[in-house]
Design a binder for this molecule. Structure first.
Ligand code: NAP
Length: 241
């Protein structure tokens, strides 16, 4: 278990805060939720999304509560779900090759911006966003531009802390819906092995880095953590090193 600093978990736990996670059913989200359950720093963690997962039944997961929402009606019907959580984690966003353009834009931009707005209005102080290594709001490429635009729009909302994680290829244990993933994984195997922080990051490492960032937020209101920084932060190291 990677701790940001000894004693910080106990100190944070004693403040009885709650958090929410969107995108909890994806590769990164599943790893983050497991980390949140193991570290047990929140009084309660709310999983807000379009479907309930059976795996979270049982005592081990009693600190989790699942809330099913219609992403098309977040503001009208579900604003209350985002009220009162000091921390919000966002791992939302369909892969480009798995859905049509409209769903891709909605899940990688529209829904995320709406979630961030509702969270801010509901009292969220620290929003942690999974973006991408190549985020660039001025890019002509849709993927890069959407990621960059979401970052910029969230930054304008004025969270006390906005932590933006920019992973390269996310490595997951469970099968991916896209054909590209297994192919890329085989092609990149030597780089993943010899230079693990260069072009990839395991989903579990992102989960650890996010929890460590909650315990030890940056003094800067908006902090971008690149792929190498994610690896460092997961180990409880300063991501600048
Ligand atoms: N995969 C990579 O290598 C990589 C690299 C860099 C950055 N990223 C970014 O990092 C984030 C997390 O990536 P990941 O690989 O963990 O994602 P993932 O496994 O594809 O999971 C995506 C999550 O978003 C939800 N989602 C997708 N489309 C949705 C829709 N139309 N409405 C509501 N929910 C929707 C999924 O819910 P369901 O389970 O219900 O579908 C799931 O919880 C994403 O923003 C991604 O763009 C990924």
């Amino acid at each position: 278990m990677a701790e940001a600093a000894p004693g910080k978990e106990d100190e944070f736990r004693s403040t009885n805060q709650t958090a929410f996670v969107v995108g909890y059913s994806g590769g990164t989200g599943l790893a983050l939720v497991e980390e949140l359950v193991n570290r047990n720093i929140f009084q309660k963690v709310f999983l807000i999304g379009r479907r309930k997962l059976d795996k979270y039944e049982g005592d081990k997961y009693s600190m989790l509560e699942q809330k099913v929402v219609d992403y098309e009606k977040l503001e009208e019907d579900h604003a209350d779900e985002f009220k009162g959580h000091s921390v919000g984690f966002c791992c939302l966003g369909a892969a480009k090759t798995s859905v049509g353009k409209e769903e891709y834009i909605k899940s990688n931009h529209d829904y995320i911006v709406k979630v961030a707005e509702l969270a801010k209005a509901g009292g969220c102080r620290h929003f942690l966003l999974t973006s991408a290594i190549d985020a660039d709001k001025d890019s002509r490429m849709l993927h890069k531009r959407l990621k960059g635009e979401v970052e910029a729009e969230c930054a304008d909302m004025g969270f006390q802390n906005l932590s933006i994680f920019r992973p390269a290829m996310i490595l997951v244990k469970q099968p991916r819906r896209t054909v590209a993933y297994p192919v890329a994984r085989v092609l990149m195997a030597p780089i993943i092995y010899f230079k693990p922080t260069y072009m990839s990051v395991p989903a579990e490492t992102i989960g650890k880095a996010m929890v460590n960032t909650v315990l030890d937020p940056s003094k800067e209101a908006v902090k971008i953590i690149d792929n190498k920084g994610i690896h460092h932060t997961a180990k409880g190291m300063d991501c600048e090193k």
